[in-house]
Write a protein that binds this ligand. Sequence first.
Ligand code: PMP
Length: 354
Amino acid sequence: MSLFRTQVQKMEGYTPGEQPQESGWVKLNTNENPYPPSPDVKEAVQKALEGRLNIYPDPLATEFRKVASELFQVDPDWILPGNGSDEILTILMRTFVDPNEIVSAPYPSYTLYETLAEIQGARFQKIQLQPDWNWPVADALEVAAKSKILFVPNPNAPSGNRWPDEDLLSLIPTEGVLVLDEAYGDFCDRPHRCEVLKAGFGEKIVVTRTLSKSYSLAGIRFGFAVAHPELIRGMRKVKDSYNCNTLSLAAATAALKDQDWMQANTNRIRTTRNQLITQLSDLGFEAVDSQTNFVWCTHPDREHERRYQELKRRKILVRYMKFSLEEGVLDGLRITVGTDEEVGQVVDALREIG
Ligand code: PMP
């Protein structure tokens, strides 16, 4: 007899990207920002360290919520922070989904949604995207309508394309919520500002955000939800009381306040990204016109796994991904946009590898 819950026995679990612990790697596999966070972050964490670590942090994250609400021009009651946006996704699942209810997401997209649905005992339905990464609108409508949560990363991962908000608004579940996962929203040519919440459907949409990417704080673990206070009220019942610690709250608040720093870095990354797309095309790859800090590319010879291994031998880490589709397997390489130098190294290596 197994000690595990039936669901846990059945599931595979989520496999995160490789995180080598030794130095010397060109690490372009988990979409981290190659630039350091705002210098204000260090100062704020230092100050918090010198403060009172013996007492619990503010369970309401008052100061962070005030800063975030000003940024998105909503009331602080619209904000709920978490230990990375992955924790927010867990909170959403536990707040809105009963066992056996339907949870859906486009496919291929962020595979954690399926794992979270499995843990909750929900039924996960994939909405297979078209080969050009667009929505199969008719199929999507049917599945979306009966979902308790429809998760949509916008821009999508691993493809990096962005869908128009208007298209997604037509997919709001009849008796559920649409979760717009905007982990990469700051890298778009026209960055998101939660406009979608002001379009009149606010009570059925949750936007999730992370500080891991555009704010260079993957190591801190901080994300947040923006949603109507009625939705946040339920989510607050589910979250751990002290899900964000004193140091991460200080870091995240300081990072959000320094918009100039974030924008300077995202601008640099956008420029490097566009160069990478051109260089990959020159090498014979098909690269998606990404709106994120990574680029999904495939080669007509389909030798993606070999290239991934050859890059790894050269201590360059990119993400090799493989998805089973109705018509066969789709695989490819997802390359994080690093510094110009790092991107130069991966392009040179790909040229050499052939
Ligand atoms: N959503 C998407 C689409 C992602 O790619 C990631 C990063 N793996 C996350 C959410 C989670 O980000 P974090 O937990 O670091 O905030």
